[in-house]
Design a binder for this molecule. Structure first.
Ligand SMILES: [Zn+2]
Length: 560
């Protein structure tokens, strides 16, 4: 490599540049391109571009426990290894220079990377991703889609991997520089371990950053958590949810995934990111679409969208609050190829869709108000607006502790706020018929009726669940799902994403007799009641009930 071009460049002025012959100019340009290519190889971290907005969010996160779910080809391992390299070297990629939180850089630091196996994972997959001499990607070396190893040459001892690497202890020493002044601060140490080691082997040292590639055993996670907590360090977990339902990952869902989700159990120090292979700009999307074609829906949910198995056993698997793509020819989820056609059948009858979008209140539309009364926890209510296409807009939800009288006040306020003139009320038939507890021999249905809220008893049949699933499919005419949920209905969204069948092993033959888990079932069950009623715009408007504004009493229209 000829680096004299750099000296030449330094001596250049606008005048001397103009004096160069075409041939000299061409030589200079070529030399500069070579210099840039060499810099890209020895300093790949500097040129790193996150594959998607979610990947950028991972680097911006200052959370202490960071989970990254992703399918094959989602770049989860690379995104996490880059985060490791930034923290261990103090080198911030140009693309993140303005946004990378400086408080995360406190090197030199102690890091630990734990992989599934030393021989099968560490040496063949992980270390090559770090060595600057190694190219990997779709394109030829130096191309757009791919990268050289992430650790910059100048961060290795003497610029040499072997001078930095100690095979016996599997540790790598890397040079840490101040991210702003570039001043050398000392050596960060990265220790590599594997899940086949005894959990007791993990019980030494303090670590500022611990990366787990694929799910560890819970005992190893807990041991590492202790090691990281002592120095206020960060734990990172990058994983694809396993295909095998017997692999014990429930603890990850409970300890890491759920607490990172919005809701009551949310822990501020946890974050979870889902990286979709379909968002990876470095991946050949046509090849991905080819792969997806051979997978079943649940395999695709896991491998392409990185969803976990417990949640791939969902009662309403199509429900999504992130955009996905539907093919009307396949009548199924699909992945677009690079021409924007269905990757499975090449059809262009495709549309992007999501179920969570604003539902605009329309006082002229009929509304079904659904109630699940509870003696010991808050009553759950859902309002669904039915439009002239008979499509459902889930527009409002309410959790309300208290007596039927208190519920009546809240309900009246909400109905008046939206200005609806036609509201049909339906309640859980099992609870509706049981004693309300307020007065021993009065049922819930009677107790609410006494307050002026007249609820019909719903049909409890399981068929409604399938109707809900049909309504979740995008409609060929409108290119929208027939059921949408307003973003304000947080509990409905939360539960629709989590409501599951009871038995993992029966996923293949889901029939209507299959039992569902009671967890997260309130709002989905109210939607089932709605479906069993097959609400339609015209008849609802005719039989609906109206407020008598002058008296402030709520009366069914049939009693007028
Ligand atoms: Zn198709």
């Amino acid at each position: 490599m000829d680096l004299t071009a750099l000296d030449q460049l330094q001596g250049l002025t606008a005048d001397s540049l103009a004096m160069l012959s075409d041939a000299e100019m061409l030589t200079l340009t070529n030399q500069l391109l070579q210099v840039q290519a060499l810099d890209r190889q020895t300093n790949q971290l500097k040129y790193y571009l996150p594959v998607s907005e979610t990947a950028t969010a991972i680097h911006r996160s200052t959370k202490r426990i960071i989970g990254v779910g992703g399918g094959n080809g989602s770049s989860k391992t690379d995104s996490c290894l880059v985060e490791l390299c930034i923290r261990a070297t103090g080198e911030i990629p140009l693309s993140l220079r303005d946004s990378y939180p400086r408080e995360k850089l406190r090197g030199p630091i102690n890091c630990r990377v734990v992989v599934e196996s030393i021989t099968n994972t560490l040496e063949t997959i992980i270390l090559p991703k770090l060595k600057w001499e190694h190219w990997q990607g779709v394109d030829q070396p130096g191309g757009v889609r791919g990268h050289y190893g992430w650790l910059p040459k100048h961060c290795l001892q003497k610029g040499d991997w072997s001078a930095s690497w100690t095979g016996r202890t599997r540790t790598l020493d890397v040079r840490y520089h101040d991210p702003d002044t570039g001043e050398y601060r000392g050596l960060s140490r990265i220790q590599f371990m594997s899940y086949d080691q005894d959990p007791a082997d993990f019980a030494s040292g303090d670590f500022h950053f611990i990366l787990h590639d694929e799910p560890p055993k819970e005992a190893i996670w807990v041991e590492n958590l202790v090691r990281a907590k002592r120095v206020d360090g960060t734990m990172m977990l990058a994983m694809t949810w396993p295909d095998d339902p017997t692999t014990p990952v429930d603890w990850i869902i409970d300890r890491v995934y759920e607490v990172a989700q919005p809701g009551k159990e949310h822990d501020e120090t946890y974050a979870w990111f889902d990286l979709f292979a379909t968002d990876n700009q470095n991946l050949n999307q046509t090849a991905l679409a080819e792969l997806a074609r051979s997978l079943s829906l649940s395999e695709r949910q896991r491998r392409i969208y990185g969803q976990n198995l417990r949640l791939s056993n969902r009662v309403h698997p199509l429900f999504t609050d992130v955009p996905k793509v539907w093919c009307f020819a396949c009548v199924d989820l699909t992945i677009l190829n690079e021409e924007g056609r269905c990757g499975t059948c090449q059809s262009d009858a495709v549309c992007a869709f999501t179920h969570v979008q604003p539902v605009v209140g329309n006082p002229a539309y009929p509304v079904v108000c659904l109630l699940d009364p509870h003696p010991r926890k808050p009553h759950m209510l859902l309002w669904v607006q039915v439009d002239p296409n008979d499509d459902w807009g889930v527009i409002h939800e309410l959790e309300c502790a208290g007596s039927p009288g208190e519920v009546q006040e809240r309900v009246q306020a909400i109905d008046e706020d939206y200005g609806w003139s036609s509201v049909t009320r339906v309640m859980d038939p099992n609870m509706g018929r049981s004693p309300s507890g307020v007065t021993r021999d009065v049922t819930w249905q009677d107790a609410f009726e006494r307050e002026g809220l007249v609820f019909d008893l719903a049909e409890d049949g399981a068929a409604g669940r399938q109707v809900v699933n049909d309504y979740l499919k995008p409609d060929p005419q409108t290119h929208r799902p027939r059921c949408t949920v307003d973003p304000r209905c947080l509990r409905t969204i939360f539960q629709m994403k989590r409501y599951c069948f009871d038995d993992h092993k029966l996923t293949k033959e889901k029939d209507q007799k299959q039992t569902t888990k009671q967890k997260n079932d309130d709002m989905p069950t109210l939607l089932k009641y709605l479906a069993n009623r097959s609400p339609d715009f015209r008849s609802l408007r005719a039989v609906g009930t109206v407020w008598k504004r002058d008296t402030g009493r709520y009366l069914p229209s049939s009693r007028k």
